[in-house]
Design a protein around this ligand. Structure first.
Ligand code: NAD
Ligand code: ZN
Length: 350
């Protein structure tokens, strides 16, 4: 089969690899019909994720068809169409039993796909603990739009919106209007906040954010007196936002979260930080600020798939480009130059 392989820092190749086979009774082999690229894949290629060995097939998102199953797989049969969750759940450890799949204690659970096990940028992928880590695709679903449910939609919801505690009428600021920030924007609206201010340096992405429901947008580069002054009129009488969601992952944006959060508010950090950040505990404690962070669990997928099926989760605009699998290197190029190409998520069809 063909697969996209990480061959060490800065090197990826579209190569021939052996087709995976069922090894454990709970495995399923999925024939991918679509896959996509995530910012984390770029981090892997840049060498920021040292736990990924050269030779690894990367990718942790995708939709496909069940090709074969181990004898313990009960929920799926050959030919079923499935969405692959980016996180694998053993379903039996103490963390998985609480829905904290991202913290799975098993050496075969948590973030495994395209990390410590071969991933989804391939014609076939072996899914461990298939019953707990795959989800049925509803009949007639628009699978192109559904692709974003593997990772970024549950990430925006679980790590941003739910951890931040978005409630009806509250004020929300989201820093970063990339795919993950936009996923937080989309899912925040399920909880009817009064105000959602999207903050990004990319005007193209701010325009998308406006179309996807942001009440206001702010570009920090045009905020001459700083972000705090630029957003002051948006959060009413308190001294900042009720919820600030960080969806970038650099020290400057975590600092901005601390500037923008209001008394009694919450900072939900979604971004993956590669460098040390400053935490101004000495200022924040007396203002009663809550700070949260987490890897996505994908435990909200059953609910999100129902919403998607009901037409209440409009993810269509998040897919900006389409490629054939044989064009995946070109897809990487387009995705990697997002500010020039306007790419959000790419749809790669097998
Ligand atoms: P992205 O790079 O596509 O988007 C980041 C956005 O931030 C860009 O639009 C960029 O213009 C903007 N930006 C950069 N610096 C800025 C600044 N100083 N002020 C305002 N905006 C700025 O990334 P993404 O794919 O949307 O992912 C966002 C973050 O979420 C990444 O750190 C990613 O690793 C992380 N992530 C976390 C989880 C999790 O489970 N916690 C899961 C997936 C992704
Ligand atoms: Zn587990």
């Amino acid at each position: 089969m063909k697969a996209l392989v990480f061959n060490g820092v800065g090197k990826i190749a579209f190569e021939d690899r052996p087709k995976p086979e069922v090894q454990d009774p709970s495995d399923a082999i999925i024939k991918l019909t679509r896959t996509t690229i995530c910012g984390s894949d770029l981090h892997i290629i840049q060498g920021h994720v040292p736990t990924v060995d050269p030779g690894r097939v990367i990718g942790h998102e995708g939709v496909g068809v069940v090709e074969s199953i181990g004898k313990d797989v009960k929920k799926f049969k050959i030919g079923d169409r499935v969405l692959i969750a980016c996180i694998t759940s053993c379903a039996t450890c103490s963390f998985c039993k609480q829905g904290k799949f991202g913290l799975c204690n098993s050496s075969t659970g948590g973030w495994r796909l395209g990390h410590t096990h071969d991933g989804t940028q391939a014609e076939y992928v072996r899914i461990l603990h298939a019953d707990a880590s795959l989800h049925a695709v509803p009949k007639g679903a628009d699978e192109r739009s559904m692709l974003v449910l593997s990772d970024i939609i549950p990430t925006g919801l679980e790590v941003g919106v739910l951890r931040g505690g978005v409630t009806p009428g509250c004020s929300v600021a989201i820093i970063g209007a990339g795919p993950v920030g936009l996923a937080a924007l989309l899912t925040a609206q399920l909880y009817s906040p009064g105000i959602i201010v999207m903050i990004d340096k990319d005007e193209g992405r701010l325009k998308v954010a406006k179309r996807m429901g942001a009440t206001h947008t702010v570009n920090p580069d045009s905020a001459k007196n700083g972000l705090k002054a630029a957003t002051k009129e948006h959060h009413g009488e308190i001294d900042g936002f009720d919820v600030v969601i960080e969806a970038v992952g650099v020290p400057a944006t975590f600092a901005a979260c601390q500037d923008l959060v209001g008394k009694g508010g919450a900072i939900a950090n979604v971004g993956v930080h590669g460098a040390k950040v400053d935490l101004r505990l000495e200022e924040l404690w007396a203002r009663g600020i809550q700070i949260t962070m987490s890897l996505v669990n994908t435990s909200t997928l059953p609910m999100l798939i129902k919403l998607f099926e009901a037409g209440k989760l409009n993810t269509k605009e998040m897919i900006t480009h389409d490629f054939k699998f044989s064009e995946i290197l070109e897809a990487y190029d387009t995705f990697g130059k997002a500010s020039e190409t306007g790419a959000l998520k790419v749809n790669i069809v097998m």
